[in-house]
Ligand binder design. Structure first.
Ligand code: ADP
Ligand code: MG
Length: 316
């Protein structure tokens, strides 16, 4: 059985909405059920487990619906879109996991928490939006959207124009104590979907949602640190992290120290917006007390925890 006592598992976009599918509810249900099936040994074996997930393709589609419906229905602010994605993805994943627990004759339950994450109002990301959301548009349509919806549109390497949003650093998981409480009771917790709902503190100490999308890997690392867990498992679409990725010199990493990995990051081996945030998240987790960060393919989740798959990042 698994060797993880208390862990955060971050599942990537592929585990909720692979690029090659249309995105019908039936398809999403199947994908969630398969993800839940893969995670079952971890969910039944761990003492405490918190599952986080990405929302890229899903929030892109929510935004696209708003674009088509904008004349009839007022568009939702992006933090509300993120909350919707947490609810929709969480619902399907929760059902998939509960079905697996029933089959395993376990009496554990699953909870999905709408999770808010504080970011700094003066985070430099707000001045430099970088994260693309949703589809590509023509230059003409892009100009129209900028005016009609206030979207910040950026040209993407000759492929068209995209809506780009700020991706500020997560500073504090506002619903941490609820997650801790449920997880400590043995509840399987789905939390911080899509990196969490971005919130900024007002002068009086209350919070307001802001239009941004936080990186889910960075939030997962922060969450694992704040819960004091030993293991952060990041499940994605590749079996291992590679250096010289997609070149003849490509080499997959099996076990790597934080210092060595930090060197590769500095040397530009990891793509911004995909692998680099997972590396930064892993390094951050270890620097703040984590014992091991593992990056692996979804299907290898159990083997990765047992040490037989994935890239294992260990403290120096
Ligand atoms: P997720 O939805 O799991 O966050 P991403 O697409 O954001 O997935 O990031 C994972 C992807 O990063 C991989 O599928 C791979 O295509 C890409 N990638 C970029 N650089 C590397 C690298 N050096 N080693 C492995 N994968 C890399
Ligand atoms: Mg990603």
């Amino acid at each position: 059985m698994s060797h993880a006592d208390r862990l955060v598992v971050a599942v990537g976009g592929n585990a909720t909405h692979p690029e090659n599918m249309l995105g019908t509810t039936a398809e999403q249900e199947q994908v969630a059920a398969r993800t839940a099936h893969v995670l079952r040994p971890l969910v039944t074996g761990a003492r405490e487990i918190v599952i986080t997930h990405g929302n890229g393709p899903v929030v892109g589609k929510i935004v696209l619906r708003q674009y088509y419906a904008r004349e009839q229905v007022p568009p939702m602010r992006l933090d509300v879109c993120v909350a919707h994605s947490q609810g929709g993805i969480g619902h399907l994943l929760m059902q998939g996991l509960e079905d697996e627990l029933v089959r395993a004759e376990e009496d554990r339950r699953v909870a999905c928490l709408i999770t808010r994450v504080a970011v700094n109002a003066d985070d430099e990301a707000f001045a430099h939006p970088t994260k693309p959301i949703g589809p590509f548009f023509t230059a003409e349509r892009a100009a129209e959207l900028q005016t009609a919806l206030g979207w910040n549109m950026v040209e993407d390497a000759g492929r068209g124009w995209r809506y780009v949003v700020p991706s500020p650093k997560p500073r504090e998981i506002l619903d941490l104590e609820l997650i801790r409480l449920l997880a400590a009771q043995g509840v399987v917790v789905i939390a911080a979907g899509g990196g969490g709902i971005p919130m900024v503190a007002r002068a009086d100490g209350s919070y307001a949602g802001v239009p941004a999308v936080i990186d889910k890997d960075m939030t997962s690392a922060l969450l694992a640190n704040q819960l004091g867990y030993e293991t952060l498992l990041i499940l994605t679409a590749v079996p291992r992290v590679a250096i010289h990725y997609r070149t003849p010199k490509q080499r997959e990493l099996t076990t790597v120290s934080a210092a060595e990995l930090a060197g590769y990051l500095k040397d530009g081996h990891f793509a911004a917006g995909s692998m680099a945030p997972k590396i930064e998240a892993s390094l951050r987790f270890l620097a703040r007390g984590g014992r091991r960060a593992i990056i692996a393919a979804l299907d290898d989740a159990v083997a990765a925890i047992e040490g037989d798959a994935g890239t294992h990042v260990v403290p120096d």
